[in-house]
Each structure stands twice: as structure tokens, then as C-alpha cells.
Write a protein that binds this ligand. Structure first.
Ligand code: PLP
Length: 331
């Protein structure tokens, strides 16, 4: 790629992230970056944990949703927003809309579990239950939103969502300017793209490492293939990392291709051990997606002595009984 192109791209990306930071303050709080004495000793490096599970909906997704929804015109806000995610993105859209007094509709399939449905209901959204799969719910969401003039809030493939997630990078820069490695859970790539853009224009040598579960790692397989691919979903502890990247992906696939240095895959057992470790050593309960970052540290060649590494602990949406079941085997 020509160097000057990369530079303009980076600079305008960074500006979008500063604008997003300005937009979301008041709705989204900054999160702490905590030095882990135990992990630092174990890996002979500086290891820091970014507490992105502290947001009111339990994940960083609030940053992107707030960035996007706060950029809508007054008429668009009045008409309402819609989305088709059942997980952390759905919760973030519902919460943001609720706080801003904007009508929100969430489209889910008949297979979505009762607990998730109830969490969404509590946020006062309109729920549309349709179809046997998430894809069918998505199609219905676009159909209905076109008719009703609602703005569909995508989970990751949107520059304003990416910019919102990128505000994590700006915070880390001010918290740890000595950073040289960041480890980020990777699914659709909105999180890692935003963070990479924010960091790389300030720290050109920073290593950005994505981590996914072994099976159904759609972004990883797409990078291998050189274009977005579709994969079957397998059950995983990192359920927030499931889902496709979109065969018509416009932004996150090229950004990940260009700005992410490595993608590492971790096993289910490694994820479970990561969750148990964070609980026993730091007394924090995170979901599998977040624990992939700790699991990744154990891979050889990832951490070198004297590195300063930030792990993005992206969320904590795991129900109590499954958390207990997973970690008790490794405590
Ligand atoms: C959505 C999500 C991710 C991955 O973010 P992408 O932008 O899809 O790559 C990681 N962790 C948690 C907890 C999430 O909810």
C-alpha cells in the first residue's frame, strides 16, 4: 500500500475517534486500566487490564451504539432505531435509546433464550420475534425498518460504530503511553479496528493482536481466504464472538487486514482457564469472549520481557450458573 494513503487514512480515522469521544461523554464513562501484578510477574512484562465490562450493559458495545445514535439527526431519532442483535450490541442499542428517549425495536429469532428476551424487555424496547435463525430476524429487521423509516444500527460494519469502539484506544494512550502490545477479542472486527486506528497513528510500532475461539473464527478464516467467508456456528464459551462478518463487509475486513498484526486462536479449555484465573487472582467475573485475551498470553512469542501489554476485558454477560459451572472445574 502507498505510504501516503495509509497516513491520510489513519489521520481521518483518528479524527473520527476524537469526535466520537466528544459525542459520547456524558453517556459513556471512561474505564480504568488496571496493572496486574500477578500476570506481570508471571509473564515478566507489564500486563494491564482494561475494564470494559464496567459499563452499565456489561460490555464496551455501548461506546459504538452511543457514537452512532448520538450522530443521528433529530428527525431520525424521533422516528426510531432498530437492530437485530440479541447479545451485547442489542443491549447497548436498547440502553442508549432508553437513556435518550428514542424508540427502539429489536429483532430476534424464536430460538433466543428466555433470559435474554427478559433483559431486553426490561429496557423498554419493542421486541419482534421472527424466524428460526438470526439471519431471518435480520432480514425482517431491514424489511420492517424500511417501511417504518427506522435507522438500523449495525453491530460493527459502520464507521461511526468503529469510531466509538476506538475511544478505548484513546483512553489507553493517555493511561499507558508506554504501551507496545494490545490484545483484543475479535469477532466482526469493530472493536479491534477502532482500537488499531486510535493507537497506530500515535504508536506506529504498536502490535495489535486479535484473538478468537478455534471454531467459527469467521474473521480469521476470511483473512486466510483473502475475502469474507461464511461459517457454521459452533457452541463456544466465547459466545459474544459468534456471528458472521457479512459477505458484503465494507469496513472492518479491510481495516483488520491492514492494521491487525496477528490473529491467535484459543481453545475452549484455554478460555475456561482464563475465566477461572481472572476470578481467582483478580476477583472479577468476565464472559468467555473477554477471557480469550488472558488465554492468548500463554501462547509462546506473544509476550516478550519488558513489553507493556493491555488486555481488553470486553464484557461480563455470562449468567451466574454457567459461570459457576465453567470456573469451578479450574479453581
Ligand atoms: C461484540 C463483542 C466482541 C467483539 O467485537 P467485534 O467488534 O464484533 O469484533 C468482543 N467481546 C464482547 C464481550 C463483545 O460483546
Amino acid at each position: 500500500m502507498p505510504a501516503e494513503w495509509a497516513l491520510t487514512e489513519l489521520a481521518s480515522g483518528a479524527q473520527q475517534i476524537w469526535k466520537a469521544q466528544k459525542r459520547i461523554q456524558g453517556l459513556v464513562d471512561k474505564t480504568p486500566l488496571i496493572y496486574s501484578d500477578k500476570l506481570s510477574k508471571k509473564f515478566e512484562a507489564g500486563i494491564y487490564l482494561k475494564y470494559e465490562f464496567l459499563h452499565p450493559t456489561g460490555s464496551f458495545k455501548l461506546r459504538g451504539a452511543a457514537s452512532k445514535i448520538l450522530s443521528l439527526e433529530p428527525e431520525e431519532r424521533q422516528r426510531g432505531v432498530a437492530t437485530f442483535s440479541t447479545g451485547n450490541h442489542g443491549l447497548a442499542v436498547a440502553y442508549t435509546a432508553h437513556r435518550l428517549g428514542i424508540p427502539a425495536s429489536i429483532f430476534i429469532s424464536e430460538r433466543v433464550p428466555e433470559t435474554k428476551v427478559n433483559n431486553l424487555k426490561k429496557l423498554g424496547v419493542k421486541l419482534f420475534v421472527h424466524g428460526r435463525s438470526q439471519d431471518e430476524a435480520e432480514d425482517y429487521c431491514y424489511d420492517k425498518s424500511r417501511k417504518e423509516n427506522w435507522t438500523v444500527i449495525k453491530p460493527f460494519d459502520d464507521p461511526l460504530i468503529i469510531a466509538g469502539q476506538g475511544t478505548i484506544g484513546l483512553e489507553i494512550l493517555s493511561q499507558l503511553p508506554e504501551l507496545n502490545t494490545v490484545i483484543v477479542p475479535l469477532s466482526g472486527g469493530g472493536l479491534i479496528s477502532g482500537i488499531a486506528l486510535a493507537l497506530k497513528c500515535n504508536l506506529p510500532d504498536v502490535r495489535v493482536i486479535g484473538v478468537s475461539m478455534m471454531e467459527s473464527a469467521v474473521m480469521y478464516q476470511s483473512l486466510q481466504a483473502g475475502h469474507p467467508v461464511k461459517l457454521e456456528e459452533h457452541n463456544t464459551l466465547a459466545d459474544s464472538l459468534l456471528g458472521g462478518i457479512g459477505l458484503d463487509n465494507q469496513y472492518t475486513f479491510p481495516l483488520v487486514e491492514q492494521f491487525v498484526d496477528h490473529v491467535i486462536l484459543v481453545s475452549e479449555e484455554e478460555i475456561a482457564r482464563g475465566m477461572a484465573y481472572l476470578y481467582s487472582e483478580h476477583r472479577i467475573a468476565v464472559e468467555g469472549a473477554a477471557a480469550t485475551t488472558v488465554a492468548c498470553l500463554r501462547k509462546s512469542e506473544i509476550v516478550k520481557p519488558a513489553d507493556n501489554v493491555a488486555l481488553i476485558l470486553s464484557g461480563n454477560n455470562v449468567d451466574t450458573s454457567s459461570f459457576h459451572e465453567v470456573v469451578s472445574a479450574y479453581l
